[in-house]
Write a protein that binds this ligand. Structure first.
Ligand code: SF4
Length: 269
C-alpha cells in the first residue's frame, strides 16, 4: 500500500510547494512594482516592514511544509505537525485545487492525493479510542442494487444472501465492538456523526465524498478508504475489507475494546 501511495502523496506535496512558490513569486513581483512606482520615505518604511513580515511568514510556511513532508514520509508525528492537519484540510487543500485547475490536473487525482496525505497525518498521531467511540461509515452503494432489504437504519437487517459484503461488515462490527452504519449520502453521514459523537471515524466512499467528509468532519480524525467501482459510480461498489480492518485496528485494540493509550481530547487533531 505504501509503495502505491507515495506518488499520490507526492502530487499533493508538489502542489502545496507550488502554492508556496507562487506566493513567493507574487510577493517579489509586488515589491518590484512598488519599487518602480517610487514612494515617499514613510510609505517606503511601511512597505519595507510589511515585506519583512511577509518574508517571515513565507520562511515559517516553508519550514512547515518541510516538516510536514518529513511527517508524511517518516509516518510519525514530528514536532506536533500532525496537529496542523487543520491547515492542510481547511487552507492548503482548497489552494491545491485552485492551482490544480490552472495546470489542468484532474480534480479526482488531487482528491485522492489529499485523502492519502490526510490519512498519513491521522496515522502519524497514533490516536487510540474506545471501541464504542469509533464510527465506521459505509456508502449505500456497497449494498447489492437489487436487494430490497433496508440496511441504512441497521445493517443487521441484512438477510445474508451473499450477494454483497454487508455480512462481512456485520461480523467485523461484532468482532471489534464498533458501530457500523451505511449512509445514503453526506447529509446522513453528517447527522450520524452529530448523533453518535465519535472520537474517530473510518469511512469508505468515493474520492469526492471522502474529501468533503474529511473537510466537514474536521477536527475529528477520519481515516478514508476509497471504494472500487467496477460497475461505474454508485452501483455495486466494492471495498478492501483488510484495509477497513487495518484502520479499525489502528484506532482500537481488538478483543477487549479498550483503549491501549489514553483517549485523546478533541479538538486539536
Ligand atoms: S447480503 Fe444482505 S444486504 Fe447484501 S444483498 Fe444480500 S440481503 Fe441484501
Amino acid at each position: 500500500m505504501e509503495a502505491d501511495s507515495r506518488p499520490k502523496k507526492r502530487l499533493f506535496v508538489g502542489l502545496m510547494s507550488g502554492a508556496l512558490a507562487a506566493l513567493l513569486l507574487l510577493g517579489g513581483l509586488f515589491a518590484l512594482v512598488l519599487k518602480g512606482v517610487g514612494l515617499g520615505k514613510a510609505m517606503g518604511a511601511l512597505l519595507m516592514s510589511l515585506s519583512i513580515l511577509f518574508l517571515g511568514f513565507l520562511v515559517i510556511a516553508a519550514a512547515g511544509v518541510l516538516l510536514l513532508v518529513l511527517t508524511l514520509y517518516k509516518g510519525r508525528e514530528i514536532l506536533f505537525l500532525g496537529r496542523l492537519r487543520g491547515l492542510i484540510v481547511k487552507v492548503i487543500y482548497p489552494l491545491t485545487l485552485f492551482l490544480g485547475s490552472i495546470f489542468r490536473i484532474p480534480r479526482e487525482k488531487i482528491q485522492e492525493s489529499f485523502v492519502e496525505v490526510n490519512n498519513q497525518l491521522v496515522l502519524s498521531r497514533r490516536i487510540k479510542v474506545k471501541h464504542d467511540r469509533l464510527l465506521l461509515l459505509m456508502p449505500h452503494c456497497i449494498q447489492n442494487n437489487e436487494c430490497r432489504t433496508r440496511v441504512t437504519g441497521d445493517i443487521r437487517n441484512c438477510e445474508r444472501c451473499g450477494m454483497c459484503r454487508i455480512p462481512d461488515l456485520i461480523d467485523l462490527g461484532e468482532e471489534y465492538g464498533v458501530d457500523i452504519f451505511v449512509a445514503t449520502g453526506g447529509t446522513l453521514a453528517r447527522r450520524l456523526i452529530k448523533e453518535k459523537r465519535p472520537q474517530a471515524v473510518v469511512a469508505v466512499a468515493c474520492k469526492r465524498d471522502l474529501t468533503s467528509g474529511i473537510f466537514d468532519a474536521y477536527p475529528l480524525p477520519v481515516l478514508g478508504i476509497l471504494n472500487e467501482r467496477p460497475f461505474g459510480p454508485c452501483i455495486n461498489t466494492e471495498f478492501d475489507l483488510e484495509e477497513v480492518k487495518e484502520s479499525i485496528r489502528h484506532f482500537v485494540v481488538p478483543g477487549n475494546g479498550a483503549a491501549e493509550r489514553p483517549v485523546e481530547e478533541f479538538p486539536g487533531t
